[in-house]
Design a protein around this ligand. Structure first.
Ligand code: HEC
Length: 477
C-alpha cells in the first residue's frame, strides 16, 4: 500500500506472477537437475571411454544451454518485473532481509553461465579431467543457487523464529527450508530426466542401442528424484503452518490440485519403472512427449499449491497478501487505510481536499459527506489497494461474481469481517467510513442473482405447504 497499485484486468497481478514463475520453474529445475545429470553422465562416459555416449551428451548440452541460459534467464527477469510491480512491499522486504543471499545468488549465477559455456564450447579441447571438473563446477553452482532461492521462498511460507532484529541466517534456516530443498532437488532430477527422454527420443530415434543406454542410466537419476520428491513433499506437508494446512483442506481448487499432483506423480513413477528402467529403449517420441507433459503438470501443480497455501500472507505473519506489514495493521485500523498509504493519501489530497481536517488527516465524518458517486470512486481506490492482489473485478476470483445477489448489508458485513469470513483473507485494515465507501463500490459492481431460478416461490404443493407451515397442521401434530 506504500506503492502505486498495479491492476491486471481479469487475472490479478499475482496470477500473472504465477504464470511466469511456473514456466520459469520448468526450466530452472532442469538447469539444476540437468547440470547434475550431465556432469555425472559425462564422468561415466569418460570412465568407460564411450565415444558415442559422449557425442550424444554434447548435443544434449547444446539443447540444455539454449533452453536454460536463454529462456531461463528471460523468464527469471520476468519474475523480478512482475513481483516488483505486483507485490512491491513483499519484494522490498525479501530484498532487505536476504540482501547478502541475493548477492551470493548472483555470484553463483555468473559462475553457472561461465562454466556452462566453457563446458560446451571447449568440448573436446580440454582433457577429460578438466572437462569433468568444469561440469561439476556448473552442477554445484546451479545447485547452490537452488538452495539459496528455496530458502527464501520457504521463508515466505514460514518465518520460524525470525524477527526483524535477527539476521539473514535465522530467516534462511526456517522450518520449511530443508523439506523444500529436498523436494525441489528431487523435482530437478526427475524433470531433467524427462527432458533427456524427450531429447533422446528424437535425437537418437534410429540408434536403439545408444538410446537404451541413455534411457536406462537416466532412469536411475529419475527414480532417485522421485524418492526425494516423496520424502520432501511429505516432510513439507507435516511441517506447514496450521493456516496453510487449513487452506489446503478448505479451498476446493487446492483439494483438486493435490489429488492431481499425486495422480500425475504416481503415473510418472510407474511409467518410469516399467518403461526406461525395466525396458530401456522403449521411449518413442510420442511417449516421451506424454511423459514430459505429465512431469510438467505435476511440477506446475506442486509449485502452485506451495504458493497457494500461503494466504493470507505473502511473507508469513509479516507481510499480508495485500502488501501491508502485519505490524502496521492496528494503526491503519484506527487512523484509516487511505490516510496510512503515501499514494492513497496523495490521491485523496489531489481529488478530495475537503475531507482533510486541520491536522492534515482524513476525517471520517467528512468522508461520509461526499456525494454518492464520489464515495463509489473512493471505494474503488480502496478496492485496488486492499483487495486487488487476490480479486479481480469480474474475472479471476472476481468480486462482482462473488457478491452476486448480495445485499449491501451482506457486503458490508463481509468487508468489515474479512478474516472472519475466510481465514485466508487478511483482516479489514480501514475505518468504518472506509468500509462504507468500499461497500458502495462493490454494490455498484455486484450482479443480481441469475434469472430463472425458482427458489423464491415453492412450485410443488407439498413444498408450498411446508414453506407456509400448513403441512404440520394437516399432519395433526
Ligand atoms: C490474500 C488474498 C485476499 C485478499 C487480500 C482479499 N481476499 Fe477476498 N477472498 C480471498 C479468497 C481466496 C476467497 C475465496 C473465494 C475464491 O476462492 O475466489 C475470498 C472470498 C471473498 C468473498 C466471497 C466471500 C464468501 O463468503 O463467499 C468476498 C465478498 C471477498 N473475498 C471480498 C474481499 C474484499 C472486499 C477484499 C478487500 C477488502 C478482499 N476480499 C481481500 C482472498 C482474498
Amino acid at each position: 500500500m506504500h506503492y502505486p497499485w498495479w491492476y491486471v484486468p481479469n487475472l490479478t497481478s499475482p496470477m500473472l506472477i504465477a504464470l511466469i514463475a511456473t514456466v520459469h520453474v520448468f526450466v530452472s529445475l532442469y538447469a539444476v537437475g540437468g547440470g547434475i545429470v550431465l556432469a555425472g553422465e559425462v564422468s561415466y562416459a569418460y570412465k568407460v571411454n564411450n565415444k558415442s555416449l559422449l557425442d550424444y551428451l554434447k548435443s544434449h548440452t547444446l539443447f540444455f544451454i539454449l533452453l536454460t541460459v536463454v529462456f531461463g534467464a528471460i523468464t527469471g527477469v520476468g519474475i523480478w518485473w512482475t513481483i516488483g510491480l505486483a507485490s512491491p512491499l513483499a519484494t522490498e522486504s525479501l530484498i532487505h532481509i536476504f540482501v547478502f543471499g541475493w548477492a551470493m545468488e548472483y555470484v553463483f549465477f555468473v559462475l553457472e553461465i561461465v562454466s556452462a559455456f566453457i563446458f560446451h564450447y571447449y568440448w573436446g579441447r580440454l582433457d577429460a579431467g578438466t572437462h569433468k571438473t568444469i561440469g561439476w563446477i556448473y552442477a554445484v553452482a546451479a545447485y547452490i543457487s537452488l538452495v539459496l532461492i528455496t530458502g527464501i521462498t520457504a521463508f515466505q511460507l514460514d518465518i520460524g523464529n525470525w524477527t526483524p532484529d535477527k539476521g539473514m541466517w535465522v530467516a534462511f534456516f526456517n522450518p520449511q527450508t530443508f523439506p523444500q530443498i529436498i523436494a525441489r532437488s528431487g523435482a530437478s532430477l526427475l524433470l531433467a530426466s524427462l527432458y533427456i527422454y524427450l531429447h533422446a527420443a528424437f535425437k537418437l530415434k534410429n540408434d536403439h542401442q545408444l538410446r537404451a543406454l541413455v534411457e536406462n542410466r537416466t532412469s536411475k537419476w529419475a527414480m532417485a528424484g522421485a524418492a526425494l520428491v516423496t520424502i520432501g513433499g511429505a516432510w513439507w506437508y507435516f511441517n506447514i503452518p496450521p493456516s496453510a494446512k487449513a487452506a489446503l483442506a478448505g479451498a476446493s481448487a487446492l483439494n483438486i490440485l493435490s489429488i492431481l499432483v499425486f495422480a500425475a506423480s504416481a503415473v510418472v513413477f510407474f511409467m518410469l519403472f516399467f518403461g526406461p528402467y525395466r525396458n530401456p529403449g522403449w521411449i518413442n517420441p510420442g511417449f516421451a512427449i506424454l511423459y514430459f507433459l505429465l512431469g510438467i503438470a505435476a511440477t506446475g501443480t506442486g509449485e502452485f499449491i506451495r504458493e497457494g497455501v500461503r494466504k493470507p500472507y505473502i511473507v508469513y505473519n509479516y507481510v499480508t497478501g495485500n502488501n501491508v506489514l502485519v505490524s502496521e495493521i492496528p494503526k491503519l485500523q484506527s487512523t484509516g487505510y487511505l490516510n496510512g498509504g503515501t499514494w492513497t493519501k496523495a490521491f485523496m489530497k489531489a481529488h478530495y481536499p475537503q475531507v482533510f481536517d486541520t491536522t492534515g488527516n482524513i476525517d471520517d465524518a467528512k468522508l461520509l459527506q461526499l456525494p454518492e458517486g464520489d464515495q463509489v470512486k473512493v471505494g474503488q481506490v480502496l478496492f485496488q489497494y486492499h483487495c486487488n492482489n487476490c480479486h479481480s473485478v469480474g474475472g479471476f476470483s472476481g468480486v462482482a461474481e462473488l457478491t452476486r445477489g448480495w445485499s449491501k448489508d451482506m457486503i458490508h458485513t463481509v468487508v468489515t469481517h474479512l478474516a472472519k469470513a475466510h481465514f485466508f483473507m487478511p483482516p479489514w485494515c480501514g475505518t468504518q467510513a472506509e468500509a462504507q465507501m468500499l461497500t458502495e463500490y462493490l454494490a455498484s459492481l455486484s450482479e443480481p442473482s441469475p434469472p430463472g431460478m425458482r427458489f423464491g416461490k415453492a412450485v410443488n404443493p407439498a413444498l408450498k405447504q411446508l414453506a407456509d407451515g400448513t403441512l404440520r397442521e394437516e399432519g395433526g401434530k
